[in-house]
Design a protein around this ligand. Structure first.
Ligand code: IVH
Length: 665
């Protein structure tokens, strides 16, 4: 085709594709078959390949991902990207309303209610209607340029219906279904799974290679507009949302114009009750004063607008089905029933199992196989079954009885007096052994990376590892015989095993899995006695003389070291050269944060607040609640609060989560 004709055809194709893309991804009303659409795309890509000079900045070919970028560039936000204040109850809503009334001096406030999308805030810059650049929120004043990745989001218009120059803000997310599919694909390819849709979206936007991002089902809702030129004049937020829609953006269909507090409360309740049916995750509703003039009048605090608030949902519950009930044998031999569930998203992570704790609880809750159940997260961590929806029973549900023999080794189970759990008392039980290997290698234990559940099973099944002591006698020749174990992986594993020999004593104590000896007790013991042989030889009374260590723990320690199996393991570890001491060297390393006071703000991706605090304390540091001149560092996660502002004012060093990782490891 001649260049002129190609230019003509390309223009046609761009228009066609853009139009159909809009119908499909923004309006959710496709007007062409997928195959028809693919044909148009294919033709466009081929023609553009022939005439690269004819590629325009708004060409749909940008969706498939261009060249990888070498590094992220910083982008200064012209208007800071603030956060929202959170409220959790109707009484807090009332207080918020009273403050508004006082500040504005009148009662009749109209609001806009919007679902609060649980994704990532982005800023989008358009010039004369053409998408130029997009950035993450970052710390609110500087973000990262992620234009190359945003281009791959089909529902993000590359050219607007009007030639406006403006900054638009919205939330990028991955719909639930798509997220579950994505994780299934990753599982099949043995890639690490994403914890929740939000993390998956974050990881996708953080790619240097947009071809990877293009494979991720990202979507976007927009909710704010900072106009620069060429815009319609707008008086209310409601009009703004309609205008954003007219420009070609995807605006959430549930946004509502509300008058009076009663309607606001109704909106919150109705969205909360529909939460589970929505195809994407939300964590509350956002309530905004409708009149832009009043918004201006109310203004901002250092962290958030005074004219808006996030009313968060408090409890997370989901309904799912019990597919099966399995019994799990833990490393101490305790046998616990576990409900295997249809995978479901709960408070931001996928839940597939829920512990039923023990037989008594199982009976009390009357859980049957096939039941529909309500699950929740206790303390937002461990998923639990709240209740069975008995009205949903069909008669095909099956009763479950606890086995009387160990599902792993077949030996009889015993219920020790005073204990709710049934136990397998066979020290050679394979399930217990595998669990002990996994525990031994875990992060808080000997931290042997690469040694997880599947390898532990293989090592046990092949007979290479009969107890954790054998881990130190593995050879490359043995390892490469295992399925899916290449030379490189074998070398890496041996290296990790070798490295673990240097660990300080407290890690070894945790790793050995002595009942009632967790990280805290292990540290106390190691700090006091300094050597494994000393602990093993110390009488119970002397161990209990340590503060915080009672007879239950001391007896368990004694019992552990008196066992023949333990003696054998200790011998193997000793001969392999595993460190048995809590030395000065490890003290220096462990105390890296000694004398430092750290304040945490915002949400961290890899740690809960409690975990971050533990890590800091483990390194000898202190965690404080408020920023003052005595603060050494502020650790800032996502959506940091006013503490970050304060830290900036006081010139205190701010740590990102990455900085923090490198400090504590
Ligand atoms: S308005 C000045 N509306 O929630 C801040 N934010 O916790 C204006 N978010 O950073 C934000 N859905 O990333 C607004 N409908 C919505 C939202 C929304 C999700 C996010 C946004 C913001 C965070 C604040």
């Amino acid at each position: 085709m001649e260049k002129e004709a190609a230019a003509e055809r390309l223009k046609e194709l761009r228009e066609q594709i853009t139009k159909h893309n809009y119908y499909y991804h923004v309006l959710d009303e496709p007007r062409i078959s997928d195959a028809g659409f693919d044909l148009l795309m294919k033709e466009l890509l081929q023609l553009e390949k022939l005439y690269p000079e004819l590629v325009t900045p708004d060409s749909p070919s940008k969706r498939v991902g261009g060249m990888p970028i070498p590094a992220f560039q910083q982008v200064q936000h012209v208007v800071p990207m603030l956060s929202l204040d959170n409220i959790f109850s109707e009484s807090e809503l009332h207080d918020f309303y009273l403050r508004l009334k006082k500040n504005l001096g009148f009662e009749n406030i109209t609001w806009v209610g919007e679902p609060k999308i649980d994704g990532l805030a982005v800023s989008l810059y358009y010039e004369e209607g053409v998408f130029q650049r997009g950035a993450t929120r970052g710390d609110g004043s500087t973000g990262e340029d992620i234009t190359h990745n945003l281009l791959t989001i089909w529902s993000l218009p590359l050219r607007l219906m009007d030639k406006v120059t403006a900054e638009v803000r919205g939330e990028v997310f991955i719909p639930r279904e798509e997220f579950l599919k994505l994780n299934m694909q990753r599982e099949a390819r043995e890639l690490p799974l994403f914890a929740n849709p939000r993390n998956a979206a974050a990881g996708s936007l953080r790619q240097l290679d947009p071809k990877v991002t293009a494979e991720r089902p990202l979507d976007i809702f927009v909710f704010s507009l900072n106009g620069i030129s060429g815009l319609k004049s707008l008086v209310t937020h409601w009009e703004t949302l309609q205008y954003l829609r007219e420009l070609g953006f995807k605006v959430n269909p549930l946004v509502s114009l509300l008058t009076g507090l009663e309607q606001v409360v109704d909106f919150y309740r109705s969205i909360e009750s529909r939460r589970r049916e929505l195809p994407y995750e939300i964590d509350g509703v956002v309530l905004k004063v409708n009149e832009l003039l009043y918004q201006q009048k109310l203004g901002y605090t250092s962290r958030a607008p005074r004219w808006a608030v996030a009313f968060k949902f408090s409890s997370a519950e989901e309904v799912t089905r019990v597919k099966a009930i399995e019994v799990n044998v833990g490393r101490t031999g305790a046998v616990t029933p576990v409900a295997i569930l249809d995978p479901v998203l709960l408070a931001g992570s996928v839940v597939k199992r829920a512990s039923l704790h023990n037989e008594d609880i199982l009976r009390e809750k009357e859980v049957m196989i096939g039941d529909e159940v309500v699950i929740h997260k206790a303390g937002d961590v461990i998923p639990e079954i709240v209740k069975v929806l008995k009205e949903k029973r069909t008669g095909r549900e099956l009763d479950f009885t606890m086995p009387d023999s160990c599902p792993s080794c077949g030996k009889d189970l015993k219920r020790l007096s005073g204990e709710a759990a049934w136990r397998c008392l066979n020290p050679a039980c394979p399930a217990q052994l595998i669990e002990r290997i996994i525990h031994f290698a875990s992060r808080n234990g000997m931290d042997i990376s690469g040694l997880g559940e599947s390898l532990a099973r293989q090592l046990h099944a092949s007979g290479l590892v009969k107890d954790v002591g054998d881990l130190y006698y593995l050879s490359k020749e043995d390892l490469v015989k295992l399925e899916r174990m290449g030379e490189k992986s074998a070398e890496n594993l041996l290296e990790a095993v070798q490295m673990s020999k240097q660990n300080p004593l407290h890690k070894l104590l945790v790793a050995l899995g002595i009942r009632f000896v967790g990280e805290r007790v292990a540290r106390l013991l190691a700090a006091h006695f300094r050597s494994l042989p000393v602990i093993a030889a110390t009488p119970v009374e002397e161990i209990t003389s340590l503060e915080e260590i009672g007879p239950k723990i001391a007896l368990s320690i004694k019992e552990f070291f008196n066992q023949e199996e333990t003696k054998e393991i200790v011998k193997k570890l000793e001969n392999a050269g595993v460190n048995f001491y809590e030395g000065l060297e490890s003290e220096a390393k462990e105390g890296a944060l000694k004398g430092y006071t750290i304040v945490i703000t915002g949400t961290l991706n890899n740690y809960t607040r409690e975990e971050a605090k533990e890590r800091i304390e483990a390194k000898g540091g202190k965690v404080a609640g408020r920023v003052s001149k005595n603060t050494d560092y502020v650790l800032a996660g996502e959506n940091p609060g006013s503490k970050l502002q304060k830290a900036r004012e006081l010139g205190i060093k701010i740590l990102t989560e990455d900085d923090f990782e490198s400090l504590i490891t």
